[in-house]
Ligand binder design. Structure first.
Ligand SMILES: O=c1ccn([C@H]2C[C@H](O)[C@@H](CO)O2)c(=O)[nH]1
Ligand SMILES: [Zn+2]
Length: 134
């Protein structure tokens, strides 16, 4: 597993946040993650005049993961427009869980946590596989 440089991840999240399109909430968000092969990916929130259609930064990040070669997420951080750490919303925790490496770490307002701590007993691909096999 690659070594986690939280400062570099936060810098990437801040760079992504600068590209946010958030004229409706005025709440820019940038997310960044370290991938299993060592590369850093990022994404920003992209809002829409039809408010509910807006995309969280994590959606762009997951898209970037696939567009740049796939892999699993090892570490994740997310910042708001002031550069402060932001917790991914519930939907985005589910989104990230799908592509998380075992023991993936997230930087949170209350320290570094595991995916399992921020989304306990998650529903994921395993549940579908178990159902199909039963
Ligand atoms: O985890 C989160 C939570 C919120 N937002 C965005 C969605 C919306 O554009 C703005 C305000 O909710 O913040 C994200 O990008 N990620
Ligand atoms: Zn979200």
């Amino acid at each position: 597993m690659p070594e986690i440089d939280w400062d570099a991840l936060r810098a990437a999240a801040n760079d992504a946040m600068q590209k946010s399109y958030s004229p409706y909430s005025n709440f820019p968000v940038g997310a960044a993650a370290l991938v299993s092969d060592g590369r850093i990916i990022s994404g920003c929130n992209v809002e829409n005049a039809s408010y509910g259609v807006g995309l969280c930064a994590e959606c762009a990040l997951v898209s970037a993961l696939h567009m740049s070669g796939g892999g699993e997420l090892v570490a994740f951080t997310c910042v708001d427009g002031h550069g402060n750490i932001l917790m991914p919303c519930g939907r985005c925790r589910q989104l990230l869980n799908e592509f998380s490496a075992e023991g993936m770490l997230l930087e949170t307002v209350s320290g570094i946590k595991t995916m399992d701590e921020v989304l306990p007993d998650a529903f994921g691909p395993r549940q579908l596989a178990e159902y199909a096999a039963s």
